[in-house]
Design a protein. Structure first.
Ligand SMILES: [Zn+2]
Length: 330
């Protein structure tokens, strides 16, 4: 019976338009190591509109959802172009520019709000942001608290004003050797883990680097959320093929606790605005792939204003995001 399952999976993968265009690798479940899985959905790069179809499966043994076969690490780089990373570039949208700037800065302020509930940040605090991109969150913390800031990202040649103020380590997080064990008070992973090619190794690494009394804060999109139910394969959280794993609450917590972290608090929201998922999901479903910010900026803010009464309750509605605050397992 299991053999039949496997063949169906292969067959459905072969049907994808690009099954031979990229290098794909078949993998085992990140959580339990099983190879048996069932097709869940075909994902696309709806955000930029790049070509391709990608295969997501649910593990028959433990129920984790992940991309399989996944795009090889060499080929995935093509999907992380500078446009993706430098989304903080200054833009000119006339009277909307201050609104946009404010929204971008608000994202870093929301991150600060979450972490400062659990860690008292001061000049002595050592912060590590994993998947830091151009480092605006770290620089925001440094400006406010004068704490020491380190960052890791696999993207090379990042450029941004004051980027040199970050103790930056380029490459895969779990391969970093220069970061000292038990040395950080706060490690953050904002939308990093769902992109990771070895999430269990990354969790173990965070558990190794965090101090006994420190905190690891992890935000990822939430599969068992309202927006996924609304949009299914057009859910912005699929973001294929960059997203390697799609976590629901149960499997996120299970993976963290299996790999050296203890969950102190679970939040059914994040610093990232759920509204973006409601807007982008509706767009992908109705209008299709490729979200051109220049064209949608006016409707984006208009609908945000309209939905304002609902968004007021964002933290209670389980719309799209989840954040976990963890300690090292002692
Ligand atoms: Zn599994």
């Amino acid at each position: 019976m299991q053999k039949v399952y496997k063949m169906n999976l292969q067959e459905s993968f072969q049907k994808l338009s690009n099954s031979s265009k990229y290098k794909f690798e078949e993998i085992c479940c990140y959580l339990c190591g099983s190879k048996e899985a069932t097709f869940l959905l075909m994902g696309e790069e709806d955000l930029t509109g790049k070509e391709g179809e990608f295969h997501y499966v649910t593990c028959d043994k433990c129920g984790l959802t992940y991309q399989n076969p996944r795009v090889s690490m060499d080929d995935i780089k093509y999907f992380y172009d500078s446009e993706y990373i430098a989304h903080r570039k200054k833009k000119n949208w006339g009277f909307l520019t201050p609104l946009y700037e404010n929204a971008m800065n608000k994202h870093d302020r929301e991150k600060e709000k979450i972490v400062s509930r659990f860690v008292e940040i001061s000049e002595e605090t050592k912060v590590l942001d994993v998947g830091c991109a151009v480092g605006t969150f770290l620089l925001h913390l440094k400006d406010k608290f004068n704490c020491s800031i380190s960052g890791v990202d696999f993207k090379e040649d990042l450029e941004y004003p004051r980027f040199s103020e970050i103790d930056f380590h380029c490459g895969l997080f779990y391969e970093q050797e220069k970061l000292e064990k038990d040395s950080f008070d706060l490690i953050t992973m904002w939308h990093f883990l769902e992109h990771c090619y070895d999430p269990t190794e990354s969790i173990k690494k965070a558990a190794e680097l965090i101090k006994d009394e420190g905190r690891v804060v992890i935000e990822v999109p939430r599969l068992d959320s309202l927006s996924y139910k609304m949009f299914k394969r057009k859910w912005p959280g699929v973001q294929a093929p960059q997203h390697t794993v799609l976590f629901d609450k149960e499997h996120l917590v299970e993976m963290l606790e299996k790999n050296g972290l203890e969950v102190e608090e679970y939040l059914p929201y994040g610093a990232f605005p759920s509204y973006f998922y409601l807007f982008a999901g509706s767009y992908f479903k109705i209008l299709g792939k490729g979200l051109n910010l220049d064209k949608i900026i006016v409707p984006y803010f208009f609908f945000q204003l309209l939905l304002w009464p609902i968004l007021l309750f964002e933290k209670k509605l389980n719309l799209a995001m989840q954040t976990v605050v963890c300690k090292k397992q002692l």
